[in-house]
Design a protein around this ligand. Sequence first.
Ligand SMILES: [Zn+2]
Length: 261
Amino acid sequence: MNTRPPTIDLDSIRKLVSEADVEGLIEIHGAPDNEYDKEAETLHATIAQLQTSEITVSKLLQTLEAIWRRNFIDDDKELALRRPALQNLAEQIANVFGPDAKPRAQENSQLMTDLDYLHACIAEARAAERDGEVPIGAIIVHNGDIIARGQNRVLRDHDPTAHAEIVALRHAARALANYRLPEGCTLYVTLEPCAMCAGAILHARVSRLVYAAVDPKAGACGSVLSVLNHPQLNHQVEVSSGLLAEECGSLLTAFFRARRT
Ligand SMILES: [Zn+2]
């Protein structure tokens, strides 16, 4: 019996907010499924601070109304029209994350696992930071085992290619004595891979990529470039992102802020 309180993960919040589609932007206006990501992120940031016992329908409704006033419409009458939908959304979120939440079902076991592995990446990132490197960490998992770990080590190694993902891929390939990784390997990393790393992920035949924060400056998994899953490539990679994005992103912003002062 799983007695662990549900982890308040951004992906689940995004899904609930998108499915609620309070403004009808997705259903009626054909907006993409990520239309409400900004609202979901704000909501996630707020409730991630709360104790489980504080995640009540009234508290959630209050938070949702504040978000809606800021992002959509700051008008009492208009807000009243949306209140039933917001109330419904608040109830759903309380059902999933509140004190009466049922233990998370099977579909979430992957999510827990991804969270655990991303925490292992964060440990690598912090270790890199202690050595003066930009804090980015990666691991590679096969059949549930961590088969390789990598930290960003470009400064320590005087190596422009020593990104965390490359370091982990080299370790994994050496350990398995094969430059192509076996079917079913997942690479976890704290930051969206760059073009070089995305290319290496393809060469290594990584099955799945899970990254936390997006990299709006150099990300090659959709932010700046889309190196993975080009229709003409024969190797396709399953990609998930967003879990622990704030935590991993703030590691980087704190690091750069500290260097400027
Ligand atoms: Zn890279």
